[in-house]
Design a protein around this ligand. Sequence first.
Ligand SMILES: N[C@@H](CCC[C@H](N)C(=O)O)C(=O)O
Length: 275
Amino acid sequence: MGGIEFLKGHGTQNDFVLLPDPDGRLELTEARVAALCDRQRGLGADGVLRVVRAGALGEPSAGEWFMDYRNADGSIAEMCGNGVRVFARYLVDSGLAAEGEFVVGTRAGDRPVVVHPDRSVTVHMGPATITGTSVTVVAGRPFSGVAVDVGNPHLVSLLDDDVAGLDLRDQPDFDHDVFPNGVNLEFINRLGEGALRMRVHERGVGETRACGTGTVAAVAAAFHLAGTDTGRSTVHILGGRVEVTVSRGASTLSGPAEIVARGELDEAWWAAAGS
Ligand SMILES: N[C@@H](CCC[C@H](N)C(=O)O)C(=O)O
């Protein structure tokens, strides 16, 4: 019997295991996702992207394909901006979609994507909605932030001192009444006109080298703090840089997306990982 097909890909070093599963037959438990993403006993990744036909998991979409996204700890999240780019890259590379524009279904709703000839991908990310303010505490130090909904929850803190100095190894604290389902935490510096530097601690993962929804939230928050709601910005993250636009009711994310490997999971490993 053959093993279970997987691919490995990344978008600005936010890395994913892709599981092509058109009919949604795989039993993708929390334990299996966590084992796959484990960098010692599994393949290692920030998350899993299961590639299923729209409707196979009962999720509505006008597109042909649905991204079933899971965080490294096995939890389900509504949306992953870097994941959608890598997902789209896979569909095109595998001949399941044509280069150009098509729609990917996600739990946050349909996301139109454009796969460009230079291999970069633009995602129409929908609205980035400012929902209030809150506080996060990193290593005993409180930071006030702007809460932003990009389909998933974010809290963005603008710092005067360099974000490079933050120690994000431990889970920062946050207000669980404001974010009962957890939150992604972004820390940003302004780098002059039209550019930000960002570090991120992702819900269900820990610090990652990039977070697409986080960069959109960061740009929306930075513009909000500057008294506007429209503009474009380059966001520098540990894994590279992306381009973001925000306007009232809409946003886009553009950046690279790569598939780096294809292989088969061992059936016995998969069976053991489920228990
Ligand atoms: N890395 C992602 C976001 C993944 C989901 C997030 N950890 C959450 O739980 O909301 C991105 O590129 O947007």
